[in-house]
Design a protein around this ligand. Sequence first.
Ligand SMILES: [Ca+2]
Length: 186
Amino acid sequence: MGHLKIGLIIFMLFLCLIIPIANAENNNLILNPSLEQGIGSPDHWFAGANTYWSNEGHSGIHSIGLTGEGDWRSKAFNVSGNAQYHFEFWVKGVYYSGEFYVYVRWFSDPDASSFISQVPFRIMGNYSNWVCVNDTLTAPANAMTCDIFFRAEPGASGDILVDDFLMYEMVEEDPAPILWFNQLFY
Ligand SMILES: [Ca+2]
């Protein structure tokens, strides 16, 4: 019986570890986050100048690249004012000069046309291996929608790839596994 209890406890700890990761991926607000879906160009992403759909990925076989002034923009998604979000992406590539950013942009209308503010993640340096960038963001009180804007400013030069975007609302832990634990032993 002792071994069974220890086994169950290990199993419960394993679930505690796995369930949040699974929820994070399932709750990803960004469409086509690994840039894998699409024919000719990635679905739900809009390309400006100096962009390309790379055949190299952090996961899968694709990412999106920028070589100079231009941008990639994600399809906008709904957010809640004042809510907290986990945001991350992976970056790889060569940087020469100028300013490359991944911006998280907040909008106050359903069409993502009334800009409020943006959170800049500057990409500066050479990344021969994929590097994860992440932070916790708080949506402005009047935010309704959000998009991801991968942007090279005028004069920027390099060859920067980004992949595996993840953004989800941070919520209270689900108490269900604890209830289940109590039901097992009492
Ligand atoms: Ca990918």
